[in-house]
Design a protein. Structure first.
Length: 295
């Protein structure tokens, strides 16, 4: 049974005149008659009977008309629901992020260019972004894409935005502060301030230590906001990305590029594979690509 058959049937049922119904539908009378005949054949019952020069609904047609009207109304409601949902998707973006402060310039650029789109930002630990995407809690994730955990990449798509050098963040009075670069093997006696092992950045950092066979002396575990302050207060040193180090607001700290191992932190956008990108998602992708083109 086809949607066109229902539309033709209802038009004929309402006008009860073949030529007028065909004219209303902008089709030929034979085409209308053939379509209705096919519908009657599928149902196994006549839907119309002749009454003089006109046609009227049969008892079968009277019953079927109610269901046909309900079916078309239900489809129209579905179309409207999708339209409303699409409109909402195009005017808002649910974005999961881990460290908002390194993306502030990107958000400002996007908002300036798209003032009608509202960004709902959700603080999500790296290891939680995968489930949040699959469950539809967020549209996209903005963060690290060096996947150290068991992430099923068959279920996600990602857009690399840039690669960042890893640096050692130290107090400006630290002996290493005078160096242009640092080998992690030189840091065996250092006291490290780390992130929680559950975050993808810390997993990435742990992998770097494993490569040079160094077991760091971790004296403190804290979040991103406290890490830089602890370094400025001389509680220890910390590994982070160069962009994050440049954007730190604390004073009395300096960063040194890690020259061994030569791992780079990859950052980008992630979304569920097969998800149709809304207008707001596509605009954010385009803005992010342009923003980080020359970073």
């Amino acid at each position: 049974m086809e949607l066109l058959q229902l539309q033709y049937f209802l038009q004929l049922a309402n006008l009860q005149h073949v030529s007028r119904a065909a004219e209303k539908l902008h089709i030929s009378q034979p085409s209308l008659s053939a379509t209705v005949k096919k519908l009657e054949s599928e149902l196994g019952a006549p839907l119309f009977v002749r009454k003089g020069r006109n046609i009227v609904l049969s008892s079968y047609g009277e019953v079927f008309k109610t269901y046909a009207e309900q079916a078309l109304l239900s489809l129209e409601n579905g179309r409207q629901a999708v339209s409303n949902m699409k409109s909402a998707d195009d005017s808002s973006l649910n974005l999961g992020i881990l460290s908002p402060y390194i993306w502030n310039e990107l958000f400002s650029r996007f908002s300036d260019n798209n003032p009608h789109i509202k960004i709902n930002r959700y603080s999500i630990e790296d290891y939680q972004f995968y489930d949040s995407l699959i469950e539809g809690k967020i549209d996209m994730y903005l963060g690290g894409i060096n996947f150290q955990r068991n992430v099923n990449t068959d279920e996600i798509e990602f857009l690399p935005l840039y690669e960042d050098d890893m640096v050692l963040l130290v107090h400006e009075d630290h002996p290493l502060a005078k160096h242009d670069g640092v080998d992690l093997r030189e840091c065996r006696g250092e006291r490290f301030i780390s992130l929680d092992d559950s975050t993808s950045l810390q997993q990435f950092i742990n992998n770097m230590f494993d490569q040079v066979r160094v077991k760091p002396d971790v004296v403190m575990v804290c979040d991103y906001t406290l890490r830089d302050r602890m370094v400025s207060e001389k509680h220890g040193v910390s590994l982070t990305t160069k962009l994050a180090a440049k954007k730190t607001e604390v004073k009395n700290v300096k960063y040194i590029t890690v020259i061994n191992p030569t791992e780079k932190r990859r950052l980008g956008l992630v979304w569920r594979r097969g998800k149709l990108l809304s207008d707001s998602m596509q605009k954010f992708c385009d803005t992010a690509k342009e923003f980080y083109l020359n970073i």
